[in-house]
Design a protein around this ligand. Sequence first.
Ligand SMILES: [Zn+2]
Length: 138
Amino acid sequence: MLDTPTTAPGPPGAGTDDDSAPFWAALREERVELQRCTDCARLRFPPMGRCPWCASAGQVREDVDARGSVYSWIVVHRAFRPEFAADVPYVVATVDLDAGPRVAVRLDRPDGVDFGARVAPVFHDHGAWTELRMVLGA
Ligand SMILES: [Zn+2]
């Protein structure tokens, strides 16, 4: 993990449920923890109660190296909530993790973003929750 910027006060966090609580708890420790199906062995994201490929409820959680490659991205020009007004424009990318799953995250310092660009995780502490973002240059 490249660095640990702190952003506070931050936007409200995502809703947490029984499936996603361990993912969010791991982010607080600057780890990315995903579910692996105990039947077909695939990693999955977002956290969910059953495997989207084989429907098994069996799972284990494991830390993954959250580096990956940019699949695509958008530039957000309009704040959807007042908490984001000072942030626009910002970039949201879909990233194919080297571990397999595709995640949607904000990109910090996105100048030069391109398809396939290498990215690495950075963790933003918002006080009550931690946000996973990516930065170019993994
Ligand atoms: Zn499965």
